[in-house]
Design a protein around this ligand. Structure first.
Ligand code: HEM
Length: 325
């Protein structure tokens, strides 16, 4: 079973003084259990889209909540310990999202989401290399990653704050930050499983799709990553954000698909002919892609649901997970 956020229980015990309470408890001793254990699967739901959940979590100190959860745990019989630990791990996910939320804004969302794709998009299913592993840190000087340094820098501040309490991988930070970016711009809330391990080396070059590819080559490129045509189309919907996308650069909606269907670049030398990337335009030349584009143009809920699933797959792709039980 994959794991999730690992809580540094020794650190909590030292700082909270609840250690002796645990050791004398007649119930299961969670401190001993926790030292070698990660808990999963937990998904940390997004909190930035105005949900009441987010408001509640922002109103309390995370450390204090974790401590209170631990005290509660010592009173819980063995059979309920696992679910209580799960609650702590989920709580940690909220804390991570909270820190990321502090450094993100709508204007920065597109760059952060692109950063996620450029880290995860190196995956090759046959060679079993690449994927969501934080290796983008070593790849920023590559031409395809031009402009992404500033997006990484934005997240550095959040990571350094989080690391003060609990070390977290870049891969987890990126996966969460992309989900927060989407949510912040009005897109779906995407739960993210935590526990990815970072790579210490760069992934091979030449794995990301070039913007000049035609639909057949784009489909093949995504197939090599284990993604279907539907997933290629729905993930390309991320281009609804950003300066070169279709639609409002800071609003995540299905405008990308609606505008693609209209093929505005065919209109004579108007400003609208400048929007979109060649790879976006290529998609409407392929019948299978057009089928999905028209579905998403008509139904934003379907786009959100399918995007959520494809994004989850993207950020889990090629990831190495911390050891579990
Ligand atoms: C289908 C193949 C893809 C190609 C060929 C492609 C290529 C590109 C290119 C050339 C840009 C413009 C970069 C610039 O401003 O200079 C861009 C922007 C962007 N891409 Fe993609 N991309 C692809 C798929 C994806 C996917 C799957 C995602 C995320 C799930 C994504 C997210 C973004 C975002 C959010 C931007 C806007 C960045 C900004 O304005 O700062 N792309 N992409």
């Amino acid at each position: 079973m994959r794991n999730t956020v690992g809580i540094d229980m020794d650190r909590w015990r030292l700082s909270s003084g609840v250690s002796s309470f645990f050791s004398t408890s007649k119930f299961y001793c969670p401190a001993k259990f926790a030292r070698t254990t990660h808990f999963g699967p937990i998904r940390a739901s997004s909190t930035t889209n105005g949900s009441s959940e987010g408001v509640i979590y922002k109103s309390l100190s995370c450390r204090r909540r974790a401590l209170l959860s631990m005290i509660t745990l010592s009173l819980v019989p063995c059979d309920r310990v696992n679910s209580s630990f799960a609650a702590i791990a989920a709580d940690e996910g909220f804390r991570l999202r909270e820190e990321i939320g502090k450094v993100l804004s709508r204007g920065k969302a597109a760059g952060v989401l692109r950063l996620v794709f450029h880290d995860a998009g190196t995956f090759d299913i046959d060679e079993k290399i690449g994927g969501m592993n934080g290796s983008i840190l070593f790849e920023l000087d590559r031409p395809e990653n031009k402009g992404l340094k500033k997006s990484l820098k934005i997240l550095e501040k959040a990571k350094s704050q989080i690391d003060l309490v609990q070390s977290v991988s870049w891969a987890d930070i990126l996966a969460l930050a992309g989900a927060e970016a989407i949510s912040l711009c009005g897109g779906p809330s995407i739960p993210i499983q935590l526990g990815r391990v970072d790579s210490l080396v760069a992934d091979p070059e030449g794995k990301l799709p070039e913007e000049s590819l035609d639909a057949t080559s784009l489909k093949q490129c995504f197939e090599r990553k284990g993604f279907s045509t539907q997933e290629l189309v729905v993930l390309s919907g991320a281009h609804t954000l950003g300066s070169k996308g279709f639609g409002n650069p800071t609003i995540f909606d299905n405008a990308y698909f609606k505008i693609l269907m209209e093929k505005p670049w065919l209109a004579a030398a108007s400003m609208t002919s400048m929007v979109g990337l060649p790879s976006d335009r290529a998609l409407v030349e392929d019948d299978e892609c057009v089928g999905w584009i028209s579905k998403y143009a008509e139904d934003q809920s379907l786009f959100f649901e399918d995007f959520k699933n494809a994004y989850t797959k993207l950020v889990d792709t090629g990831a190495t997970w911390k050891k579990s039980l």
